[in-house]
Ligand binder design. Structure first.
Ligand SMILES: O=C(CO)COP(=O)(O)O
Ligand SMILES: O=C[C@H](O)COP(=O)(O)O
Ligand SMILES: [Zn+2]
Ligand SMILES: [Zn+2]
Length: 284
């Protein structure tokens, strides 16, 4: 079926008490892994393109591949821009068929973030494309942030209310203790903060940096209002370990399809596990 909006999927999850997996895509094999997982689990899914994906594959290529893939699929899928950096990039993605975008204004002051995010939301509302905003800073695990800084980076519930009211974003990415990339230990999430943000904003919330967060913490975060869970690192790890295995088992193999196929299948299994954990399996 044709791509659906992100809001359609995420709002249903919000009402149903589950979350939609938003998986980062960079190439054909990753797109296929998500598609096959979604079909086999009868699950909706969001495919998202990061800044790195745009540099690697390009907006046109990603958009064409994902649209073609969705047309062959019987479950609802959305195509989302992950951590969009500028108004222009958001507009290009809207023009090229993305059904959801993100303006990440987390590096700006609250007022500036509101102003810039609002501009994107206005176009999103006019074109029926969903918009995600980010408040608080979701850093990388390698960013070496002190405990004090961590606290300052977290999303403040009262600011979240103002941000959501004034921008009218469809969903909000919150900083509650997760970070992008592989964790050294187990991250501790600030569940009280999450519950407060949900209470004051009452909109679908997004968890970034969810790879490596324990299953219990993910379940609890979903119970408290997370409706979109972003996963990239765990997919990369699954693909690469699958690839390494097949290369070591068949060192003479020279056909890329015979190396990338098993890597894709390994990634697919991880995606299916995530769909079951998020509760989106059977919800297509
Ligand atoms: O938040 C993400 C993409 O926006 C993904 O984070 P991870 O790579 O930590 O899973
Ligand atoms: O948001 C972070 C994602 O893991 C994407 O990272 P990337 O820009 O290296 O593709
Ligand atoms: Zn960010
Ligand atoms: Zn992210």
């Amino acid at each position: 079926m044709p791509l659906v909006t992100g809001k359609e999927l995420v709002s249903m999850a919000d009402k149903g008490g589950y979350a939609i997996g938003a998986f980062n895509v960079n190439n054909l094999e990753i797109i296929k892994a998500i598609l096959e997982a979604a079909e086999e689990e009868n699950s909706p899914a969001i495919l998202q393109a990061s800044q790195g994906a745009i540099k690697y594959a390009g907006i046109d290529f990603i958009s064409a591949m994902v649209k073609a893939a969705a047309d062959q699929t019987s479950v609802p899928l959305a195509l989302h821009l992950d951590h969009g950096t500028s108004f222009d990039q958001n507009m290009e993605c809207i023009r090229k068929g993305f059904t959801s975008v993100m303006f990440d204004g987390s590096k700006y002051s609250l007022e500036e973030n509101i102003k810039r995010t609002r501009e994107v939301v206005r176009v999103g509302q006019a074109t029926n494309v969903s918009v995600e905003g980010e408040l608080g800073k979701i850093a990388g695990t390698e960013d070496d942030i002190s405990v004090d800084e961590k606290d300052a980076y977290m999303t403040k519930p009262e600011e979240a209310k103002k941000f959501v009211d004034e921008t009218e974003v469809d969903y909000l990415a919150v900083a509650i203790g997760t970070a992008h990339g592989p964790y050294k230990g187990e991250p501790k999430l600030d569940f009280d903060r999450l519950a407060n943000i949900k209470k004051t904003t009452d909109i679908p919330l997004v968890l970034h940096g969810a790879s490596g967060v324990s299953e219990d913490s993910i379940r609890k975060a979903i119970e408290l209002g997370i409706c979109k869970v972003n996963i990239d690192t765990n997919l990369r790890q699954a693909f690469t370990s699958g690839l390494k295995n097949v290369i070591s088992e068949k060192p003479e193999e020279y056909d890329p399809r015979k190396l990338l196929g098993p890597a894709k299948d390994n990634m697919k299994e991880v995606i299916k596990e995530k769909m079951r954990l998020f509760g989106s399996s059977g919800k297509a």
